[in-house]
Ligand binder design. Structure first.
Ligand code: SF4
Length: 457
């Protein structure tokens, strides 16, 4: 593992150098961006290698046992390669575990403790006397490609799903004021970002904790609330993609905005299961019959709507009947993009106390059956794009032995987790961040193939 590559003009050779290893989900990535933005504002230099760093920050993930292991391995590697290490992020909540395993780490801070982690950096490598504030890009430091960015609107979660320890790591929901979020979004758009990915633990709950308080943006008052956020972001004229949205009734109001093209007709809606006894044991609020009805109505309003979801198979107590009900539900829902996890007993999760754990071999078999079922559904769903011309955003341009390879995405594909649109008639002038018109010629199980007939304006 190497620290994330960071392409920045270094402000001065004499300023202290900070290396970073950022692990975990997009929310952790945004935490890293915020910390780096602050450090760069103070005149630190950011480095993509261990070798020259005065101190290395490791932003950890503690969601699954496999993620904890990866975080511990990253701390060990940073210590071996550099020796001066500060640990932050979700696993930082378990300070004793880290300090007992790695007594030489300089400091351990928990999730979203920005002040503490910056203070620890100051302690380990004092900031230069004259901060180079004028060299800080207005949009902050981003670890994503220039043309898309994650926008985090809240921390924590008010739900208490029995398989999840995020609320105990990150606390209850704390929403950022809408004015602050919109100003950040505007700066990103002005800096050339063409796609904003809206994230939090429960985006549909945005603003509940602050009673939807109002703030002003562009001379108009907006409520800190899901619908106002979508409306306001829709004014920026760039792609806006909504992640981690639960199918609550108030989400219905955002679908017409999708039909009008204000925000992308795409919803990432983690559902986890379809059988009521399992949803109850998971402490999920949803009723999947109502969700089916809701999806049907959404598609009437916005036929292009693409739905993504994630599910867990092999949750304690899941019977063959529960699992078959889930497969039947998938057939009825016809979701476009689906991820599936085998249940993992996360240390500290309430679900670990549940009876009737599912044997590993059964979990494995169910996971394969689930993926086969969904793969066929996804492949059929993708066929509807063949023959259509869609705007696509270019992610990568690579030179291969066989010629140029251009990888793009349409409104139906979120970066990293969904499929791609592969452009066949590539031209040397195309570069990452370009928006093209692409006529879809072929659909596979996950990706589309297309020819472009020029830029999309
Ligand atoms: S909604 Fe459930 S799974 Fe998601 S962060 Fe909150 S408690 Fe965890």
């Amino acid at each position: 593992m190497t620290p994330n590559p960071i392409s920045l003009n270094h402000p001065a050779k004499t300023s202290p150098i900070i290396g970073i290893v950022s692990l975990g989900c997009p929310k952790a990535l945004v935490d890293s961006e915020r910390i780096l933005t602050r450090l760069r504002a103070e005149g630190y230099t950011l480095s993509g290698t261990y070798a020259n760093a005065d101190v290395v920050l490791v932003n950890t993930c503690g969601f699954l046992d496999s993620a904890r292991d990866e975080s511990l391995a990253a701390i060990g590697e940073a210590l071996a390669e550099n020796g001066r290490v500060i640990v932050t992020g979700c696993l930082g909540a378990e300070k004793e575990l880290i300090t007992s395993k790695f007594p030489k780490v300089l400091a351990v801070t928990g999730p979203h403790q920005y002040e503490s982690v910056v203070a620890a950096v100051h302690e380990a490598a004092p900031p230069p006397a004259n901060p180079f504030i004028d060299l800080l890009p207005p949009q902050g430091i981003k670890l994503t490609p220039r043309h898309y960015a994650y926008l985090k609107i809240a921390e924590g979660c008010n739900n208490r799903c029995s398989f999840c320890i995020i609320p105990s790591l990150r606390g209850d929901l704390v929403s950022r004021p809408i004015g602050e979020v919109l100003r950040e979004a505007e700066k990103l758009a002005q800096a050339g970002v063409k796609e904003l990915l809206i994230i939090s633990q429960d985006t549909s709950a945005y603003g509940v904790d602050v009673k939807y308080e109002e703030s002003v943006w562009r001379g108009q008052s907006w409520r800190t609330q899901f619908l106002d956020l979508a409306r306001a972001l829709g004014e920026l004229g760039i792609w806006v993609r909504l992640h981690y949205v639960y199918p609550y009734p108030h989400v219905d109001a955002v679908i017409p905005l999708m039909a009008e093209g204000k925000v992308l007709p795409y919803l990432d809606m983690p559902l986890q299961h379809a059988s009521m006894p399992i949803l109850k044991a998971m402490r999920r609020p949803a009723s999947q019959e109502k969700t089916l009805e809701r999806i049907r109505r959404w598609r009437e309003i916005c036929p292009d709507l693409v739905l993504r979801s994630t599910f867990i198979v092999g949750f304690p107590g899941e019977t063959e009947a529960d699992f078959e009900l889930l497969l039947e539900w998938l057939h009825q829902a016809q979701l476009d993009r689906v991820g599936c996890f085998k249940y993992e007993a996360v240390q500290g999760a309430a679900a670990n106390q549940l009876e009737n754990p599912v044997p590993e071999a059964v979990k494995e078999a169910r996971w394969h059956r689930f993926m086969q079922t969904q793969q066929a559904i996804s492949a059929t769903r993708l066929q509807r794009f063949v023959g259509r011309t869609l705007p696509v955003l270019v992610d990568r341009v690579e030179t291969k032995k066989t010629g140029l390879k251009i990888t793009a995405r349409s409104f139906a594909d979120a970066p990293e987790i969904d499929g791609h649109v592969m452009i066949r008639n590539a031209s040397e002038t195309i570069k990452p961040g370009d928006m093209l018109n692409a006529t879809i010629t072929k659909a596979g199980a996950y990706d589309l193939h297309a020819n472009t007939n020029g830029p999309h304006f």
